[in-house]
Design a protein around this ligand. Sequence first.
Ligand code: SF4
Ligand code: SF4
Length: 387
Amino acid sequence: MTASGVIDRAGLDELIAALRNGGYTTIGPTIREGAIVYNEISGTSDLPVGWTDQQAPGGYRLEHLGDGRMFGYVVGPQSWKRFLYPQRNVIWSGVVTADGWETVTPPEPPTYAFIGVRGCELAAIAVQDRVFLAAGDRAADPSYAARREGAFIVAVNCADPGANCFCTSMGTGPVAGPGHDLVLTETVTDDGVVLLAESGSARGDALLASLAAMRPAEIADRERAAETMAAAQATVPHSMDTTDIHDLLLGNLEHPHWEAVAARCLGCANCTMVCPTCFCGTVTDELELDGGGARRVRSWDSCFTLEFSYIHGGSIRQAGSARYRQWLTHKLASWFDQFGTSGCVGCGRCITWCPVGIDLTAEVAAIRASDLRPAVPVAADGTEVNL
Ligand code: SF4
Ligand code: SF4
């Protein structure tokens, strides 16, 4: 039986304090420079209480509603990969000693508690788990594994999906799926804002059991939460037809639409930086100017840069159309071949943060509308005919 109960803002403060007292570094949504970004928080006063976000292709704006809700917005430009797969990560360093070299042991990463993880973001973490954790004959990435192991996840069901969200098309939201320790559903009552808290793990059970400020969930609490999420599910505004998408994209590699997108694309790489699943990186070696040490650093890179595809003699993806095609076909097609899942979770970030408002759902629709694959002959009984 899943533990559950109802807390208010004071209860969430108690929950965050309990996590901090338990040794977790608590990370959650905050407002910085006009956007909702993830940073360390020590209580609900750090959350964007009463704020919401307005999103459009190439557009993002915060708006103050003053409604007291703590999670009345969706996802901003950052994702949790900022903490699990940092933008710059020293993977080895050493110092010169009298005897040669000595490797410097890196500090242990913090044990994170993530507060406010949306359904699409839970799915994105699961996608990166497939990339970075051990599976089959693939070894784990030790840096990612150390950060991921032990991370406590407090998910939040999205009551107000954003204008660019298409989680329902990708099966990732707005109700958070598995992979969390707790999930919160925020609703507004005559008595103020309350959160239905439901556990998803033994750790979540134990945390809820420790909260003095929690009261048992009544039928009315559950009905209100269910109605809120049913309404949210029905109002996810954006969508993408994913039927046959793997074969559709890989069967249209020479489609002229790639050139049409490239005519608008600036090659800025914003879409890959904000994407919660993109994982491409580059490795550089840095030497101390005084010759006393060196380090090897891994940092985010992007398939939109010319250098990313540089091999002997030059870059293999010279044209913008080739780079956009690489990104989209990897995300929505060859990712399935590599990792058995889509590389897109429908969060909409790449649409919002593209400076020219390129919308991958529209690009897929355009290719679908003029599919150039040869038609497969079909027999009278509907089966495909092998010629
Ligand atoms: S491709 Fe775009 S919509 Fe899909 S997960 Fe990445 S940022 Fe989100
Ligand atoms: S964010 Fe937009 S303009 Fe920039 S590389 Fe991506 S698709 Fe092109």
